[in-house]
Design a protein around this ligand. Sequence first.
Ligand SMILES: *Cc1c(COP(=O)(O)O)cnc(C)c1O
Length: 233
Amino acid sequence: MTTIAARLKTVRERIAHACTDAGRDVNEVTLLAVSKTFGPDAVREAHAAGALSFGENYIQEAVEKQALLAGLPLEWHCIGPIQSNKTRLVATHFAWAQTVDRLKIAQRLSEQRPPQLPPLNVCLQVNIDGGANKSGVAPGEALALGRAILALPQLRLRGLMSIPEPTEDFAAQRTLHQRARELYEDLRAAGLPLDTLSMGMTDDLEAAIHAGSTMVRVGTAIFGSRAKPVTSA
Ligand SMILES: *Cc1c(COP(=O)(O)O)cnc(C)c1O
C-alpha cells in the first residue's frame, strides 16, 4: 500500500469511529481530500485508493493540476477565497464552490457557469465565530444570501461551510461546530433546501462529526504536511 493509501485508510477509520461514537451512519459523511500544494501524482494516488472528491484553495494551481488529470472522474471543490477576477475559472473548472459569502460573487458564478454543465453546487461560507478579519457571511445574513442564491439559475445551493478558529480542546471544537449545525438547522427550517454541512479538518474532524458534519475536508492526514504556505489565490 502506498503512504497516501495507508493514510487514507486511517482517515476513513477515524471517520467511521467518530460516526459510531456519535451514533451516526458512516454514509452520512463525505470525505473531501484537500490536495492543495500537492501535485497531480498525489491526487492520482489518492484516487487509486478510492478518493473521488478533491478540494483546492488556490484556483490557478487547481486549474493547472486538473489539466494534468483530465480523464480521471474527479469531483473538484473550490474551498479557497474567490475574488471577482477568478469567478470564471471557478464556474468553468469546479463542481462545487464552498466559499461563497457575497451575492456579487454568486451572481458572477451563475452568469459564467457554462450552460452545458450542471448547475454549480454552492455552499455559503459562514463566519461562525465572528473573527473580524475572517471570510464568511455573518450568521444573521446567511438566510437572505441563501434566498438570493436560490434565484440564480446556474447555481444549486447545497449547504454551509465553516472554518472555525483552531483549538486543540475537543469540547471547544464541538461547541463551535454545534453553532454551525444550529444555523444549518435554522436555515433548513426557514425553507432553504440544504443537505451539506462542510466542517471538520485533520485536527477536528471527530468534533465536527459529533456536531453533525456531512463533509469533512482533510488535507494533512492524507497527503502529509504542506511544505510551503502558498499565499496567493
Ligand atoms: C487546507 C484546508 C483544509 C485541510 O486542512 P488540514 O488541516 O490539512 O486537514 C480544509 N479546509 C480548508 C478550507 C482548507 O483551506
